[in-house]
Design a binder for this molecule. Sequence first.
Ligand code: GLA
Length: 391
Amino acid sequence: MRRTTLVLTAFVFLAHAASASATNPAAVPPMGWNSWNHFAGKVDDADVRAAADAMVSSGMKAAGYVYVNIDDTWEGQRDAQGFIHPNSKFPDMKALADYVHSKGLKLGIYSSPGPRTCAGYPGSYGHEQQDAQTYADWGIDYLKYDLCSFDGIMRKQAPNNLEQQNQLMIAAYRRMHDALAATGRPIVFSLCQYGRDDVWKWGASVGGNLWRTTGDINDTYQRMADIGFNQLGRAEYAGPGHWNDPDMLEVGNGGMTYDEYKTHMSLWAILAAPLLAGNDLSQMSAQTLSILTNRDVIAIDQDPLGEQGSRAFAVGMTEIWTRPLVHGALAVGLFNRDQGAHSITLDLHAIGFPPHATLRDLWAHQDVSAANGRYTAIVPPHGVVMLKVTR
Ligand code: GLA
């Protein structure tokens, strides 16, 4: 009798675990595209359809990209019953979702817990249930929920009490998560409040699948590097289903060099960051596409172990970052943050590998060899050499 109960319990547990991993839409960091970095307030239905088309025709879908996310400025007015409608840039959201789904992709949308979004459009304040149901009815698969004007509500409701303000913020995120869950549709929940109140410590507890850890990125090496190289101390909070989000990619938007964009992509992969392209997919160069679809680097980002990497060594303006991977392998980024080239040496012993470990250069797509247990590369200004080390 006791044994039957145990076996049954084990069975129920296993069945539950299996169904959780089958249904968890963020078991690995979400990959896709978001309209904001390139289109900002101009995005419309045609742009989103073009992004979906290009995601398929360029080979990005085949490389793992799946979410097509509309950011701010799609929102129109609420009707007499309080239901939100898109503005004239998006004539039929359900038809758009059907189109995106017909390509084997998923559609994401954006809102705020406040009365207004950051661009001043209607937010979900007081309409959380209705909005969640509307998104589910349209066929939405992903929601970015951006604090924006809710900050004002927090300050008004709890003046001079930061702790209470934070509790209001946490409750607001939980409210939307519960509303999404109540629809029964799996919808990835992306928290955006710029890393306030150590969100990585509570983001998962309110159902967040990812949470922004910083203010907005922009298309400069300086900003990208400031964000990316300052993600230390948060790795322990990331894992399957819940990820730190250092913001969306700028690859292909024109403000950085080829080496700088490779640094961006490599660093985000080591950070187990969501990979949301932010460029115009319908206009991208072969070079941009080659960065975004580097399957060796994507495989690092999507490694099923889900362990976020960290800085292992720093000497002057050079840094070595590592990320543990399945089967005891290690991703290694040799980063040069300086404006001139530097030689960087990786000592295999120092990262716990034997001198004969196998090294693969993930941008050159070739195996390279260490000499006496050390591998030295000349890394260009603001550039990277990214390796996968296996025993
Ligand atoms: C905030 C977010 C950005 C973007 C804009 C839209 O600034 O951090 O990622 O969503 O709002 O208004």
